[in-house]
Design a protein around this ligand. Structure first.
Ligand code: 2P0
Length: 350
């Protein structure tokens, strides 16, 4: 091998929003959850990460840039993903460029990684989900890794739990698994993005400020102190997951909305049940919930489902384009721009 070549691959991965939430780990190092979760993957045009990975004999060490700024790769999560992918690397030959990388060479070669988010990092908009999924997928392409998306999801999971769900489009289930080594804790696609393409998602950015309690430490505190979390993981989520799968399969929006809202509310109840309590939603989030609940009741059947992650921003899933247009009109009326009650922005997509 000469010293003058660089080989590159680029991947793009959307973020995902959980409708049955992941909250709590049974193993912090391997990132194994206490319950199954289900998510919807967003359209890559709106919230996604683009990652380019490059390899060259001229590189002296592994390095990474996030949104143009160099970040450290020394953390365990990056190291675990890089190690697991390198283990599965295979021979790569590029005849055009006269490059041949043998399987064993990958252990010695260094990587440069450049990653961009088209949305604010760490504003409660699941940037780590898209980020680690994209990193693992781009590296798998570069290194000619044979594993399928589900097997890759078990590697992305070791970067960030929710990342395992971003390797597929449509609705995705992260199966918690039983094995101690985490080999069966992986994501599977429930239905692809065409199955239920009426749905329309609006994200009301209540605040683009970085959250106060990280998901990782929040989850740890909930596992240690919340009795409600134990009840949720053992009694509630197993049944709710089956009901949600049924609702998705049948495109039953009324059931889907009921389950999505209930699960978001229970996740935030677990946060309140944590000692000291964790508050991710704020008054504006609560006002959005009241507004949607009232509207859904007045229509007789749900038009919109709401779900909130580890931050105050509302993810609103409308049953169709018409309901989304009405929702936006209502939000703009209740939270007028440039008033005390205004929202930071809206992100709209189908
Ligand atoms: C989810 N969240 O299911 C839940 C709902 C936030 C609320 O997954 O520690 O960033 O990296 O595994 O994946 C956020 O947690 O946490 C999350 P780690 P992650 O989407």
């Amino acid at each position: 091998m000469g010293e003058k070549w660089v080989l590159m691959k680029t991947a793009q991965t959307p973020t995902n929003i959980a409708v049955i939430k992941y909250w709590g780990k049974r193993d912090e190092t391997l990132i194994l959850p206490v319950n199954d979760s289900i998510s919807v993957t967003l359209d890559p045009a709106h919230l996604c990460t683009t990652t380019t990975v490059a390899v060259s004999p001229a590189f002296q060490q592994d390095r990474m840039w996030l949104n143009g700024k160099e970040i450290s790769l020394s953390g365990g999560r990056y190291q675990n993903c890089l190690r697991e992918i390198r283990k599965r690397a295979r021979e790569v030959e590029n005849k055009e460029k006269g490059i041949k990388i043998e399987k064993e060479d990958w252990e010695k070669l260094h990587l440069h990684i450049a990653s961009y988010n088209n949305f604010p990092t760490a504003a409660g908009l699941a940037s780590s989900a898209a980020g680690f999924a994209c990193l693992v997928f781009a590296l798998a392409k570069l290194m000619n890794v044979e594993e399928d998306e589900s097997q890759l999801s078990a590697i992305a999971r070791q970067g960030s739990g929710s990342a395992c769900r971003s390797l597929f489009g449509g609705f995705v289930k992260w199966i918690m698994g039983k094995e101690e080594d985490g080999s069966d804790s992986l994501a599977v696609q429930l239905v692809d993005e065409k199955h239920w393409d009426d749905l329309f998602i609006i994200i009301a950015v209540v605040s683009s400020r970085q959250k106060e309690t990280s998901s990782t430490s929040g989850m740890r505190e909930s596992v240690e102190t919340s009795l409600l979390l134990q009840h949720r993981a053992k009694e509630v989520v197993p049944k709710r997951t089956l009901q949600m799968e049924e609702a998705i399969k049948n495109r039953d929006f009324a059931s889907f909305a009921k389950l999505t809202c209930a699960d978001s509310n229970q996740f935030h109840a677990v946060c309140l049940d944590t000692s000291p309590p964790i508050f991710y939603m704020n008054d504006t989030s609560h006002r959005i919930i009241s507004h949607v609940e009232k509207w859904n009741r007045s229509e007789g059947s749900p038009q919109v489902a709401y779900t909130f992650d580890a931050g105050p921003n509302a993810v609103l899933i409308a049953r169709d384009r018409k309901a989304a247009a009405q929702l936006l009109k209502r939000l703009l009326f209740s939270f007028p721009p440039n008033s005390d009650a205004d929202l930071d922005s809206y992100i709209i997509g189908d």
